[in-house]
Design a protein around this ligand. Structure first.
Ligand SMILES: [Zn+2]
Length: 445
């Protein structure tokens, strides 16, 4: 026998590993395209787009909307993996199982049916691999999914991976990427997830990264575990510190290469862990992992003697390096010039900010992968850092609303009482003649 036939299975909420099923009859059924007019009285009909053949009881407008979303998502996946889908994905998408004629349901794969009854989804993949090289020669996939909660999109990612690569990778990657696919729209790269997932993630202590990527994990364990896998994959795919290695890692896993999360990111474990914790601390709908990425390459010479240092701070980014380190028992002067905006329609403000401190220049100290409490700065004045370490700066704004900010400030910094006094800001608001003490307004962390 020149070939070895391998059958692979993935479930969203239920695990069916090890069962031998043939998707063929269903794929054949799905290929029978019927027009709206031919729809059975039950409302179950077939719909087809370029890459999907969907049999569903969704009303025609919702079915067409589903196809549109699936095609949009597929386009994004194809672009991400730089690989075109070479055969269509057959899908059974069920809104209300009771609406389906019994004779149609009786043709369902029994595990597919069970996953729908359980409110989840299942992708049945079949791949034909060369015995000699392990190369995938042919693949088929059929999806069973309930019509809500993004399940069809989630399963379609599995189906795409089966059809394109013959495998979906280890559980953390397979399910993390399928969850990303579930939320994948063409509306940009901000965090976008179900409210229940957001609420869960905000209420928990972060799960250890080593636990998330545990190879012993199996698919279909719990939606909470799926949430952690999504968080990790979302951060790695969107944070520019990790994204360039994430795609090759994914392609390696999908192509059966000998790579792991640890082998690729082990040397950056402290950095990843810090940014993962930071991501979860500030996560909200719209949060941009790319804009809040940490600058690990910056150097922080001590701010001492009479030297004045200059930092540049963008309004639309998270904590940025001042490029100096400071000491807890010292006082430092600062003077900021320029203006920035915290929304596209808003007024430009200087480093003092506007209403309720939004747009104010704020600082934080980073030391040994830990952060101090943030503290207020402003346009001009002096401050005593709450601890020793690297000084980071940013424009005070909600963490999930940085993307529409614009402008940048120049901030001059030096040790108090040494060298020449810093110049007053060019955009000095009226009434501020002497260095002001930092105010006590709370700062968003
Ligand atoms: Zn899945």
């Amino acid at each position: 026998m020149p070939y070895l036939v391998r059958m692979l299975f993935w479930g969203l909420l239920v695990c069916f590993a090890g069962l031998m099923l043939s998707p063929e009859p269903l794929l054949a059924q799905a290929k029978t395209k019927r027009s709206k007019k031919d729809a059975a009285p039950s409302g179950v009909a077939d719909y087809q787009s370029k890459n999907f053949m969907v049999r569903t009881d969704l009303p025609p407008d919702e079915a067409k909307d589903l196809l549109k979303r699936l095609e949009t998502m597929l386009g994004l996946i194809e672009k991400y993996f730089e690989h075109k889908l070479n055969s269509p994905i057959g899908m059974i998408v069920v809104k209300d199982l009771k609406a389906w004629p019994r004779e149609v349901v009786s043709q369902f794969d029994r595990n597919g049916l069970r996953s729908i009854e359980d409110g989840g989804g299942l992708t049945i993949g079949q791949t034909l691999q060369s015995n000699a090289t392990g190369q995938v020669l042919d693949a088929k996939a059929v999806v069973y999914a309930v019509a809500d909660r993004g399940t069809p999109q989630h399963e379609a990612v599995h189906a795409y991976c089966v059809l394109s690569f013959g495998r979906t990778g280890p559980t953390w990657y397979s399910e993390g990427m399928a969850e990303i696919g579930q939320y994948w729209t063409d509306k940009g790269q901000g965090v976008h997830c179900h409210d229940i997932v957001m609420k869960f993630l905000k209420s928990q202590d972060p799960k250890e990264l080593t636990e998330i990527v545990d190879v012993a994990d199996s698919t279909g364990d719990s939606w909470e575990n799926y949430a952690w896998r999504w968080v990790l994959c979302h951060m790695l795919a969107n944070n520019p510190n990790y994204a360039p290695r994430f795609k090759p890692l994914g392609l390696g896993l999908l192509n059966g290469k000998d790579v792991t999360f640890q082998s690729v990111y082990g040397a950056m474990a402290k950095e990843i862990n810090f940014e993962y914790q930071f991501f979860l601390r500030h996560i909200d709908q719209g949060f941009r992992a790319d804009l809040c990425a940490w600058d690990w390459k910056a150097k922080y010479p001590p701010c001492k003697g009479s030297t004045a240092f200059t930092a540049k701070v963008d309004a639309n980014k998270g904590w940025q390096p001042s490029r100096i380190s400071v000491e807890a028992d010292q006082s430092y002067d600062f003077s900021s010039s320029g203006t920035w905006k915290t929304s596209s329609a808003g007024q430009a403000v200087d480093a003092e900010g506007g209403d309720e401190g939004v747009g104010r220049l704020v600082g934080i100290i980073f030391d040994d992968y830990k952060l101090s409490e943030p503290f207020n700065l402003g346009a001009y004045g002096s401050f005593k850092p709450p601890q020793s370490g690297n000084l980071m700066l940013r424009c005070e704004d909600k963490w999930n609303e940085l993307a529409d900010n614009s402008g940048k400030l120049q901030v001059r910094l030096k040790l108090t009482g040494k060298g020449n006094p810093l110049p007053m800001p060019e955009t000095k608001p009226s009434g501020r003649e002497t260095p002001a003490k930092s105010s006590k307004t709370p700062v968003n962390q």
